[in-house]
Design a protein around this ligand. Structure first.
Ligand code: ADP
Ligand code: MG
Length: 351
């Protein structure tokens, strides 16, 4: 949170647009055969013989999607890539290339943009991605970053959100709600810091929550784990806006209903303890928090024995006839309608 007054500040205008692009992209290596031409021409050239291509993009805006008073730029670069990879993996595809577009105001020195690109580069190395292009422009106000991810998948192997069937089981990877609680912790610390800049917060008890907020990882591993288990999901979506919102997307698109069981929703112990501390209902947070970047998918009931007990996955419900509606079955065994509030609505409610 502290701004280091001794840090070097090189004005972006010293390099000019082309100098800046060269400087930022020179350390990125091309590793995929499918990249014929990366950065440096009017457009990149990619070649995927016999495969289908998936393309996805996300735009992150300062003040709306991130707050630079507690989000380090390196983490922002990393997360901007993860958000897109999560969408590629949710199609059951492999990610191989990205483009990165930025709009920067003159408040940012070169060193800040280098930090952002260091995070992007770490993501490219960890997830084996080629940076093949982008755009660079100025902004009147804050920072905007848009990443496009390109992936590939064998013909007819992409998994959509519209193909769940009545009787299918609903499965989620990992756990949910932690990223939202991480944000609550960071916002609380920001408020404390404003009052007392000398405060040294001890965030050890919240380390998992903060990591899930600041440095999420996209679930690259899920597709290969499922392959090993010989399970093909019948539908899939990633959990970006909140579990309930994603359940509703699958249901609406697949024309099915669903029962989600409250006691089956996977929660990390830090989510449970921090919800107690903040006097929040952990189920509400798990359902509406968002930014989990886990994968939510359905499987045929015959595949139940293959998934059962697998530590990567939780079976949280099953799909019903559309006319039965979409419900949460609570611990008290009452049935309440599942509604999508998303993180946006949740924050409005709180303020
Ligand atoms: P054009 O004028 O054709 O849009 P640019 O000068 O914007 O070309 O970009 C030159 C090359 O640098 C292109 O290959 C483009 O994709 C790439 N590029 C531009 N900005 C970025 C960026 N922020 N990150 C990565 N690559 C970039
Ligand atoms: Mg351009």
């Amino acid at each position: 949170m502290l701004e280091d007054k001794n840090k070097e500040r090189t004005s972006l205008s010293e390099l000019g647009e082309f100098g800046l692009i060269d400087h930022l992209t020179e350390h990125f290596k091309i590793t995929h055969k499918s990249t014929i031409k990366g950065v440096g021409d009017d457009a990149a050239i990619l070649h995927f013989p016999d495969e289908e291509i998936v393309v996805t993009t996300d735009l992150l805006t300062e003040g709306v999607h991130f707050d630079l008073s507690y989000v380090p730029l390196k983490h922002l670069g990393y997360k901007a890539v993860m958000v897109n990879l999560s969408d590629v993996y949710a199609m059951n595809a492999s990610a191989s290339q990205i483009t990165v577009s930025i709009a920067v105001s003159n408040r940012f020195p070169l060193e800040a943009i280098e930090e952002l690109y260091a995070g992007i580069q770490t993501a490219c190395v960890n997830y084996k991605l080629d940076l093949v292009g982008g755009d660079t422009t100025s902004s009147q106000t804050g920072l905007l970053i848009s990443v496009t991810a390109i992936g590939h998948v064998q013909k007819n192997k992409a998994v959509q959100r519209s193909t769940a069937k009545e009787g299918d089981l609903l499965v989620v990877s990992g756990d949910v709600g932690a990223a939202y609680m991480g944000l609550q912790i960071l916002e609380r610390e920001k408020a404390v810091f404003k009052v007392n800049p000398q405060s040294q917060p001890d965030l050890e008890a919240y380390s998992y929550l903060i990591e899930r907020q600041l440095k999420p990882e996209a679930r690259k591993d899920v597709s290969s784990i499922l392959q090993q288990l010989e399970v093909i999901p019948t539908s899939m979506i990633d959990v970006s806006d909140g579990l309930s919102s994603e359940v509703l997307h699958i249901c609406k698109n697949s024309k099915v209903g669903c029962n989600v069981y409250e006691d089956k929703i996977p929660l990390d112990p830090q989510v449970i303890s921090s919800c107690e501390e903040f006097k929040l209902d952990s189920t509400t947070i798990a359902l509406s928090g968002g930014e989990d970047y886990e994968l939510l998918f359905t499987i045929s009931p015959e595949d139940f024995p293959k998934i059962k007990g697998n530590p990567n996955f939780s079976i949280i419900g099953h799909m019903t006839q559309e006319s039965e509606g979409i419900h949460l079955i609570t611990r008290a065994n009452t049935k309440i309608e599942l509604i999508a509030r998303g993180w946006n609505a949740l924050s409005k409610e709180k303020n």
